[in-house]
Ligand binder design. Structure first.
Ligand code: ZN
Length: 71
């Protein structure tokens, strides 16, 4: 008896763990953190893209690398 694929039942997948630890870097004796959200405070890190940083929690967005033409 061939079993049919069960409808509506998806195979369980583990959620990807938060990679907060990757925001901390240890350089010698110093610990450098990634950029944290000014609204949410330290502990909430911003995801960095090419031109902006973004908080996934409060949707705070900040543009950076503005000083391209300034000189
Ligand atoms: Zn935030």
């Amino acid at each position: 008896m061939a079993k049919e694929a069960k409808k509506g039942k998806k195979p369980h997948k583990n959620k990807p763990t938060s990679k907060k630890y990757s925001k901390y870097k240890i350089e010698g004796d110093k610990i450098t953190k990634g950029r944290s959200c000014p609204r949410c405070g330290p502990g909430i890190f911003l995801s960095e893209s090419q031109e902006r940083i973004y908080c996934g929690k409060c949707h705070y967005c900040e543009f950076m690398a503005k000083n391209k033409s300034e000189n």
